[in-house]
Design a protein around this ligand. Structure first.
Ligand code: TXA
Ligand code: MG
Length: 352
């Protein structure tokens, strides 16, 4: 695992097309290339090539039972990898592709078992990013891609994050600037009567409901620690999105959260600890001596999503001993942000 990792800066798709072509060829020939999408950076491999896909699991240290999402560049390409005989799915593709929605559909036989971890379904999505779409076209094959981080660490939203985790382990990375959404796609199972959200993400439950009439969440998402429901999206069961420092998440009333943040901050400072605080811009100057990263004003979920993973990574780089994170309301895109924060906190949550 010590290959040279190539870096391609893409400023202008037309002008930089030779780089995209070269990266596409690397993919077609079985290499691993990381690329920007609108959600987070992905680590791509030719989805039709079992050994290439296996390389993704090795490079990330990913558990073998966690299936990958297949990325395509045109709606017609979906038929190669999945059986889409499903009016619900067609409506959703029309409404949300290209975009942050992964549809779980029955798979076709061209996909090697490595992609789907032996399941008879496959997650498919068309990313809404010009570099991702151009790369998939250049490769000429569907691209299997998880987030381009080491398994367990926060997902990458910049090419630098990818290099921090995967230099020497992959053939290259295309730098198309920061991913602007900042949380992953919504994984939606459309093989069930009522579409089921297996992982909350960039397309909200409210948006899906407006198209399908009904939507539900996999009950495993909201289970208490003493319950034992197996999530239908295997990736959801792993400790995920986690910074190195222990993270405490505060949820509930904003005024009470601020009060508790101040109390906990003082306690940890008294123990000589370096404290990282993730909070709204309004509170940025209330914690002298702490490392405060803000996710924008007014608890705006889009701003929080965009800042989330970069902030968790920054706290690690600065070496804080503990992270205190302020929760935001659990609706719309806030649902995905809170899902990731709860996992980052690993159950260390205070309800106020
Ligand atoms: O936004 C995204 O979805 C990003 C970008 C790169 O497209 N990709 C991403 O992939 O987040 P990954 O591998 O980090 O997460 C994929 C999730 C996992 O929780 C996995 O278990 C689930 O999707 N998944 C994939 N195929 C599935 C299937 N057939 N059935 C159920 N869950 C599936
Ligand atoms: Mg991931």
């Amino acid at each position: 695992m010590n290959q040279h990792t190539k870096y391609w800066q893409i400023n202008n798709i037309e002008h930089d097309n030779p780089a995209i072509k070269e990266a596409g060829q690397v993919l077609r020939q079985g290499g691993l290339v990381a690329f920007p999408t609108e959600t987070v950076y992905g680590l791509g491999a030719n989805a039709l090539n079992g050994p290439a896909v296996e390389g993704i699991f090795k490079a990330k240290g990913r558990p073998a039972d966690n299936p990958l999402i297949v990325h395509i560049a045109t709606t017609t390409a979906v038929a190669q990898v999945a059986n889409v005989n499903n009016p619900q799915a067609e409506k959703l593709m029309q409404a949300f592709w290209p975009g942050p929605l992964t549809l779980v559909l029955p798979k076709t036989n061209v996909l090697p078992d490595e992609v789907t971890a032996g399941l008879d379904t496959v997650g498919v999505r068309m990313p809404n990013h010009p570099v991702a779409l151009a790369l998939i076209e250049a490769a000429g094959v569907p691209i299997a891609a998880p987030s381009a981080n080491l398994s367990g660490s926060p997902s990458p939203t910049t090419a630098q994050h990818v290099l921090d985790d995967l230099t020497g382990r992959i053939a290259g990375v295309l730098d198309g600037g920061p991913a602007n959404l900042g949380v992953e796609s919504t994984v939606l199972d459309v093989t069930t009567q009522v579409p089921t959200i297996l992982r909350p993400g960039g397309v909200t439950a409210e948006q899906i409901k407006a198209v399908c009439g009904a939507v539900c969440y996999d009950p495993a998402l909201d289970q208490q620690p003493n319950q034992n429901i197996t999530p239908r999206s295997p990736g959801v069961k792993y400790k995920h999105y986690s910074p190195q420092a222990p993270t405490v998440l505060l949820e509930g009333r904003q005024d009470l959260i601020l009060q508790r943040l101040l109390e906990l901050f003082k306690q940890y400072r008294a123990q000589g600890k370096q404290v990282g605080i993730l909070t709204g811009a309004e509170n940025a100057d209330k914690f002298p001596g702490a490392t405060v990263l803000s996710y924008g004003k007014g608890r705006d979920p889009a701003a929080a999503a965009a800042a989330l993973y970069a902030s968790l990574r920054q706290f690690d780089q600065l070496g804080v001993d503990v992270i205190l994170a302020e929760g935001i309301p659990d609706t719309g895109l806030g649902r995905a942000v809170m899902d990731r924060l709860r996992r980052a906190a690993g159950g260390n949550i205070q309800h106020l």
